[in-house]
Each structure stands twice: as C-alpha cells, then as structure tokens.
Ligand binder design. Structure first.
Ligand SMILES: NC(=O)C1=CN([C@@H]2O[C@H](COP(=O)(O)OP(=O)(O)OC[C@H]3O[C@@H](n4cnc5c(N)ncnc54)[C@H](OP(=O)(O)O)[C@@H]3O)[C@@H](O)[C@H]2O)C=CC1
Ligand SMILES: CC(C)(CO)C(=O)C(=O)O
Length: 303
C-alpha cells in the first residue's frame, strides 16, 4: 500500500514507522527543518511496545514530486491545517483518499469543502506521544491506537486494505463501522480533558480530588454531548460513563497533549477544539457557559 503522511511529528512518525515495518511504502511530506533532522538522525521510535529505527525514511519536501498515494494521512496540528490544503491539492488524484487523524472535528468541514466528502475518511488516534530534542518519537503509555472508517460507502474498500496492512503493524488499529460516533466521542472527551488540564495547569490526579472540579469536567462533557446531538450524532450515557472511566483510570500524572504543549510554551489547539465547539454551539443557539469560560481563560493565558 502507498501511504503519504503530511506531518512527521509525534503521530505521523509513530504510525508511519509502524506501517513501514509492516511492509507499506510510506512517504513523509515534511518541511525543510524536519527533513534535515530526519536525515541526520533517522526516524526513531522509543516505545514501550518496542523501539524501531528507519534509517533513511522517504522524505519529500516538494509535494508535486510525491508518489501517487492510496491514502494521504494528515497528521498536523489543527492550527496548521490551512497550510497543508495546497500540499494535498498537489498530491491528490482520482484514486487517493485522505485520512485525518487530528483531534477535533473542525478539520472535516474544511477538508470536505476543499476535496469533496467522498475523498475524506474518518480517523482519529489514541496515543500519548511526543518528539524529543533529536526528533525521535517518545511513546510512554501502552495505548497506540489508530482508528479509521468509511464516512461514505465508496470508502470501504480502501479502509479494508488499510485494515489488512495495519493488522501486521506493531500498533492497535481498528477499522470502525461507527467512525463518526468515535470521532465525536473523542472530540467530547478531549475537549473536556485538554480544557480542564490546560486551564488549571494541573494533571488529572489533582483535578479528580475535588468534587467541584469533577463537576466542571462533567458539565464540559455534557455541553459537548449536546453540541454533538445538534450535529446529528447521539452520544448516550454510556459514552459519558466511558469518558469518566477513562479519566478515573488514568495515572495521576497523566495530562493532555494540549496541556503538554502549553507547558512547553508552544502553540495550542484551543481554537481548533474548544473555540470550534463554541462556534457550533452558536450556530445551534446553545448555551455553553463552561466551554466559554475555559476558552476565555485559556485564550488570555496564551495570548
Ligand atoms: N501527541 C499526541 O499524543 C496526540 C496527538 N493527537 C492529535 O494529533 C494531531 C497531531 O499531533 P502531534 O503529532 O502531536 O503534533 P506534532 O506537533 O508532533 O506534529 C505535527 C507535525 O506537523 C508538521 N507540519 C505542520 N505544517 C506542515 C506542513 N505545511 N507541511 C509538512 N509538515 C507540517 C510539523 O512540522 P514542523 O516540524 O515543520 O513544524 C510537525 O512535525 C493533533 O491534532 C493532536 O491533537 C491525538 C492524539 C494524541
Ligand atoms: C487523551 C489523549 C492522550 C489520547 O490520545 C489525546 O488525544 C491528547 O492528549 O491529545
């Protein structure tokens, strides 16, 4: 299978390397600085599931020269999405599908508008990974799941091909038949989790000690649940229970990737996650005071 990955950051590098080891042809579409780092040090994964090294990954800095791909995986941050639209336009042909694995939902409408609904698969990732100073992937927790699925019938065949490839790869992969629900569940979860950890600058263990703080998290989850419903996706009590179970089972020092980026002084995805959710709420005339409060505070802390 021919896969092109735009963004060789933590996720793009991790899943790309695992697919290479499973026999896929993977090209990484990267900018000059990341290309130089990958040429110097190779693509290395340090993981609790076993390390891997791709000494000379196939790097492309001019998207017009990329090979034809069955799937273009989008693994950039939400705030870089607009910057890769032209890149995708130069690479896509009639046989190519796009698989975004970003957190959130806003990117789907942008990709649908530019490339058409039939081209965009549903996807998300559950993993805790980052890059170290050499650009090596540091993957410390056990989860390393990529989840994908067809949003339209015409996409089933390519999803089946990806499922077969991923079975041989050292990662958990799920070909989901309810990917839209999965994407919204993850959006609900991550908006609450990244919101509360970033606004408080605290890890989950401290936050769960206080009933009052747990109540804020619960309100955030429920505001997202209502937004999802107005967008046509019904997340039920079982999804709220699952979110709480996940939060309660996280190690005390666990935190969101947004909070990690905030602590490092990096750009964060608050507009792509909480900001976009507030815009959807406005569209449906919904009151979301908890989302608005954490968004307003995070914005002022990061401006
Ligand atoms: N990290 C995690 O644990 C998890 C992350 N996610 C989500 O996955 C998404 C990606 O996150 P993550 O992998 O951590 O992000 P990273 O910041 O590690 O990687 C993003 C990469 O995109 C690259 N990039 C940006 N613009 C371009 C461009 N125009 N052309 C080529 N490459 C580009 C950046 O390259 P450059 O070096 O050139 O800036 C960077 O290497 C986010 O939405 C995040 O929320 C989801 C689950 C877990
Ligand atoms: C919660 C987690 C780690 C799960 O993948 C995540 O998506 C994030 O922090 O961005």
């Amino acid at each position: 299978m021919n896969i092109a990955i735009i963004g060789a950051g933590a996720l793009g590098s991790y899943f790309g390397a695992r697919w290479i080891k499973a026999g896929a042809n993977v090209q990484f579409i990267v900018r000059e600085k990341r290309a130089a780092q990958l040429k110097k040090y190779g693509l290395k994964i340090n993981s609790v599931h076993g390390n891997d090294l791709i000494e000379s990954p196939d790097l492309v800095t001019d998207p017009a020269s990329a090979n034809a791909a069955d799937i273009i995986v989008i693994a950039v941050k939400g705030y870089h999405l607009n910057g890769i639209i032209d890149t995708v336009s130069q690479m896509i042909d009639e046989n190519t599908y796009i698989l975004p694995i970003l957190n959130g939902f806003q990117h789907y409408s942008i990709l649908f508008d530019h490339f058409g609904k039939d081209k965009v698969l549903g996807g998300l990732a559950n993993i805790i990974a980052t890059l170290d100073e050499f650009g090596h992937v540091v993957h410390t927790s056990k989860i390393h799941e990529i989840r994908f699925g067809a949003l339209l019938e015409n996409q089933q065949e390519v999803c089946e091909k990806l499922a077969v490839l991923s079975e041989d790869a050292k990662m958990a992969s799920s070909y989901s038949h309810e990917i839209l629900m999965d994407i919204w569940y993850k959006y609900m979860f991550i908006t609450a989790f990244s919101g509360i950890t970033t606004v408080s600058n605290l890890e989950i263990g401290s936050l769960l000690k206080q009933e009052a703080t747990k109540s804020i998290i619960d309100h955030l989850l429920k505001e997202m649940q209502i937004i999802a419903k107005h967008e046509g996706v019904v997340l039920g009590d079982q999804h709220l229970d699952k979110a709480w179970q996940t939060l309660n089972n996280l190690p005390a020092d666990a935190t969101s990737s947004m909070h990690q980026d905030y602590r490092k002084g990096l750009n964060i995805e608050v507009d792509h996650l909480q900001g976009a959710a507030i815009n959807l709420a406005k569209k449906h005339q919904l009151d979301v005071p908890y989302l608005e409060t954490i968004y307003g505070i995070i914005k002022v802390k990061t401006s």
